[in-house]
Design a protein around this ligand. Structure first.
Ligand SMILES: [Zn+2]
Length: 252
């Protein structure tokens, strides 16, 4: 009997992991890097490392900030934020639970009806959540309302439609889910383990956010193997609530 040889990785590089902040190996045993290009130490995937790198660059004061993360994961940026930010507030969405209430010590927040006060959050974080909302415009309004002036919403969301317009896959009508396009699901750490995709977003997502809440969004696309950041659909969005709009002067 011959012992099978272990398969060589599709990609293996040394680098510094933004989420565990260590020198590590990044190893992919599958060509779909988005889910399989892992940090050898913390197990993070590329979009989580891209998100953390963007938070470090755009919001370096995050350790002292009031951070709300909707539906955090158990690895990557969520773990880093929880460990190093003393005012980190994780929440999950549980249907049929009042927003702001707790279930087994876990705070329930509905992004479309947040319980936070106006101007109370420095940084909202969401990772692959916006493609599962039935009223994303309402969520953009709630995020804008609760951000402090100068605050940011930094998120990942798969921009699967790229330069094609965003389209609704599923909506709710009189309490019933209506599938406009064939039902598609992503994994979900809570509930029945799956989450319906409601919107296929395109690069026009920034316009949808602006039309909903008046805030501008920058999109950051990274490709940096030294940080283990290479994959499809790992754009990071940075939406900023201005400190003061009254003093804004147009540049001729
Ligand atoms: Zn790591």
């Amino acid at each position: 009997m011959t012992q099978s040889q272990p398969q060589a990785p599709v990609l293996q590089v040394s680098g510094h992991c933004p989420t565990c902040d260590q020198d590590v190996e990044f190893i992919a045993n599958n060509a779909w890097f988005r889910d399989h290009f892992l940090c050898s130490r913390c197990g993070s995937i590329p979009r989580e490392r891209a998100l953390m790198a963007v938070i470090d660059a755009f919001f370096p004061q995050w350790r002292q900030a009031v951070i709300h993360e909707s539906s955090p994961g158990n690895r990557g940026a969520s773990v880093r934020l929880r460990q190093e930010c003393t005012r980190y507030i994780p929440s999950q969405y549980f249907p049929n639970v009042e927003t702001g209430d707790s279930v087994d010590g876990i705070r329930c927040e509905n992004l479309e009806a947040l319980s936070f006060a106006d101007d109370s959050i420095d940084l909202h974080v969401t990772q692959d959540v916006l493609e599962h909302l039935f009223s994303p415009s309402q969520a953009f309004c709630e995020i804008a309302r609760t951000l402090k002036p100068g605050g940011m919403h930094i998120c990942t969301v798969p921009i699967v439609n790229k330069d094609r317009p965003s389209v609704v896959r599923a909506r709710v009508d009189k309490g019933e889910v209506v599938h406009v396009l064939p039902a598609e699901y992503h994994g979900n750490p809570v509930g029945d383990g799956r989450s319906l995709v409601t919107v296929d977003w395109g690069y026009d997502i920034g316009r949808h956010i602006f039309d909903a809440c008046g805030l501008y969004t920058q999109m950051v696309k990274m490709d940096d193997l030294s940080q283990g950041i290479r994959a499809e659909y790992i754009e990071v969005l940075v939406t900023v609530k201005p400190v003061e709009t009254a003093s804004f002067q147009p540049i001729p």
